[in-house]
Structure formats: structure tokens, C-alpha cells
Design a protein around this ligand. Structure first.
Ligand code: AMP
Length: 108
């Protein structure tokens, strides 16, 4: 399987600004922010998209939401959006599942 950009970031082959990390996830700053706070919550396990999630990924998907919640707390966000693009036709550019965490002022 060819490495996607997020696998390379997780491996440390491509630099990123990391907000937080644990054994299963990393949160990085989006290089093209759409809001004052725009982070990507990325599981270290390579799953292409929400469409490829399996029953065995249930715990991981729950943990991903809790990890996003922790990131929002770290950023002191009072409110935020969690967004997922699914598939090329759903606007997904990077074929590695991730949540967008957006907060603060939104850019046009
Ligand atoms: P999506 O369209 O949901 O696949 O979102 C992919 C996001 O990854 C976009 O918002 C990009 O700006 C962001 N992105 C792509 N490459 C990098 C990178 N090297 N570091 C940080 N963010 C990136």
C-alpha cells in the first residue's frame, strides 16, 4: 500500500505541528486552516475513510471522539465543529480517516 501523507506524518517523515498524541491518535494543525483553530484528529491505524470502518473499529472510533474532546479542552474551546469528509466525492483529499476540529473564528 502506498503511504499517504498522514502515514508519513505519523512516522515522522513529514513535519507537522502536533497538538497532542497518544498511542492511537495524533492531532496536528491543518496546513490550510479554515478557522482560527483547525486541527486534524488522525488515528495511527490506517483506515481509508468512514466508509471502510469495520465492526472491529468500534472502540477506536469512540476513542477518536474522546480524543477530539480532549483536544478541544486543551484549546479551551467553548464550542467547536467536528467534520468528516467521506470519499473523493464527499470532499476527502487525504485517504486516511480523520476528523477536522474547528473552533474560534471561521475563515471565508
Ligand atoms: P480532507 O479534505 O477531509 O481529506 O482534509 C485533508 C486536510 O489535510 C486538508 O484540510 C489539508 O489542508 C490538510 N493537509 C494536507 N496535507 C497536510 C500536511 N502535510 N499537514 C497538515 N495538514 C495537511
Amino acid at each position: 500500500m502506498e503511504k499517504d501523507v498522514f502515514c508519513s506524518i505519523i512516522a515522522g517523515d513529514i513535519p507537522s505541528t502536533r497538538l497532542q498524541e497518544d498511542n492511537s491518535f495524533v492531532a496536528i494543525k491543518d496546513i490550510h486552516p479554515k478557522a482560527q483553530h483547525h486541527y486534524l484528529i488522525i488515528p495511527k491505524k490506517h483506515i481509508e475513510s468512514i466508509d471502510d470502518v469495520e465492526n472491529s473499529d468500534r472502540d477506536l472510533m469512540g476513542d477518536m471522539v474522546l480524543f477530539a474532546q480532549q483536544c478541544a479542552k486543551t484549546l479551551n474551546l467553548e464550542g467547536y465543529k467536528l467534520l468528516v469528509n467521506v470519499g473523493e466525492k464527499g470532499g476527502q483529499e487525504v485517504p486516511h480517516i480523520h476528523l477536522h476540529l474547528l473552533g474560534g473564528e471561521f475563515y471565508r
